[in-house]
Design a protein around this ligand. Structure first.
Ligand SMILES: N#[N+]C[C@@H]1[C@@H](O)[C@H](O)[C@@H](O)[C@@H]2O[C@H]12
Length: 448
């Protein structure tokens, strides 16, 4: 009997984006600058000098982009809200034009039968708050709750699925430890403090929602399963450190109210003794957790690697994406199994999954042929189905991404979109993967 890949009735199919990566017009209509506005305009920080000044011009083209979603039969759309568009100084004064943009977007989605899924923070912290210490200032938990309440009041009811944070690990590893992302700090003393305050803020945002919200709220983590390069004790220990640092550092305080012991081993004297009371804030009941999966890492011990003493090992005879990530769909299944074993049967959404591959230029009216991206999607959807068959409480999937967009400091060259974007003309062209995904949605997976 051939395997059926039909998903459970009501499984939710969507696509995802984020504000700074697609909107453009970051300072329009009274918006304040974010740390990404500053970082992108700092010479040398962005590939090819690319910025989010225009990006996909979604701020002006959102109605057309909603029609692109409708053409695929998307049931949901995960987007993020630019904090400094609605609170230009991060707290206090509300920029109603900024709030109105997201209100119009939500209404456009609902009018086209697409469920809005809003992320409050997808890396673009208001610059004014960074000037006050940003994620290093414990007050940011209150600043975030104030911002969250502004958006709950404006959108809750029309938005029925909220996330507090997107991928806090990337914020601290890229923005505070290695300096490759905004705000570009390089300190093993700052990274744990920023990480802890991110989870305090997430907890404060969830607490605030419980007081006024009537629907669902959760948090989104990136998970990269780690596999030892050998059975040597050193490699196994290195793998454990890498796993705790990336996959448990944020989910544990949110879902268990503690940190894994490896973090003190990794950071040593740079690891603060956080007040026990903080975990009463970080640990809040969530209605779901969003998991972003792209790849796995095979890990070996390296005494010179800072600060993990662990490095990834490239694998032979396999496919790697344009972002240097191994195509490894078994890791997708393994991730769900691990997460359920450690944190219990929490409802889960795949809030991002996708791949960047080179896309050949297109002729007018053609479909961009992208076989490697379609293969990646097909393999990962099948792996996701296996997880559901093993009892994982998986409710939905958001493909990353609806559109080719600004891949942060990697610029526009890394293309993840279901739709190709010609950034010179802003023309959107469907890729073959978009057509395939539309069939997956229409058949609820039976086409796989
Ligand atoms: N790189 N990459 C693709 C994708 C990025 O574009 C998203 O903004 C992040 O949430 C996450 O890192 C994943």
């Amino acid at each position: 009997m051939t395997q059926s890949y039909r998903f459970p009735p009501g499984f939710h199919w969507g696509a995802a984006t984020s504000a700074y990566q697609i909107e453009g017009s970051p300072l329009a209509d009274g918006a304040g600058p974010s740390i990404w506005e500053r970082f992108a305009h700092t010479p040398g920080m962005m590939a090819n000098g690319d910025t989010g000044d225009i990006a996909c011009d979604h701020y002006h083209r959102y109605k057309d982009d909603v029609q692109l979603m409708r053409a695929l039969g998307l049931q949901g759309y995960r987007f993020s809200i630019a904090w400094s568009r609605v609170l230009p100084e991060g707290t206090g004064r509300i920029n109603q034009k900024g709030v109105d943009f997201y209100s119009r977007l939500v209404d456009e989605l609902l009018e086209n039968g697409i469920e809005p899924n809003a992320t409050l923070f997808h890396w673009d912290l208001p610059a004014a708050l960074d000037d006050r210490g940003g994620w290093l200032n414990r007050d940011i938990a209150h600043w975030f709750a104030e911002y969250a309440n502004v958006m709950y009041k404006a959108l809750d009811g029309r938005v029925k699925r909220w996330s507090t944070l997107n991928e806090p690990w990337v914020v601290t590893d890229g923005g505070y430890l290695h300096g490759a992302l905004a705000p570009g700090h390089r300190s093993k003393y700052e990274a744990p403090i920023a990480a802890h305050n991110l989870m305090r803020a997430s907890g404060a945002g969830i607490q605030a929602y419980r007081a006024v919200g009537k629907h669902e709220i959760g948090v989104v983590f990136n998970i990269e399963p780690k596999y030892p390069a050998s059975n040597s004790p050193e490699d196994i220990a290195a793998t454990r450190r890498a796993h705790a640092y990336m996959n448990e550092q944020f989910a544990d305080p949110a879902l268990l109210g503690s940190y894994p012991p490896e973090l003190k081993e990794i950071f040593g004297p740079a690891w603060p003794d956080f007040p026990e009371d903080d975990f009463k804030l970080t640990q809040q009941k969530v209605d779901f957790v969003g998991l972003n999966y792209y790849t796995r890492a095979v890990v070996k011990h390296d005494p010179n690697a800072y600060p993990l003493k662990a490095v990834p090992v490239k694998q032979p005879n396999t496919t790697y994406t344009e972002t240097g990530w191994e195509v490894y769909e078994q890791g997708f299944t393994d991730m769900f199994t691990w997460f359920k074993q450690r944190y219990g049967d929490i409802p889960l959404y795949v809030t991002e999954n996708g791949s960047a591959f080179y896309d050949a230029p297109v002729a007018e009216g053609d479909v961009v042929q992208d076989p490697l991206r379609t293969s990646y999607l097909r393999k990962h959807l099948k792996a996701m189905h296996h997880a559901i068959e093993q009892g994982v409480n998986l409710k939905g999937y958001y493909a990353w991404s609806l559109l080719d967009n600004l891949e942060w400091s990697l610029g526009f060259a890394k293309r993840f979109g279901l739709y190709h974007v010609d950034f010179a003309t802003q023309k959107r062209t469907p890729k073959a993967t978009a057509k395939f995904y539309a069939q997956v949605i229409e058949t609820n997976g039976a086409v796989l």
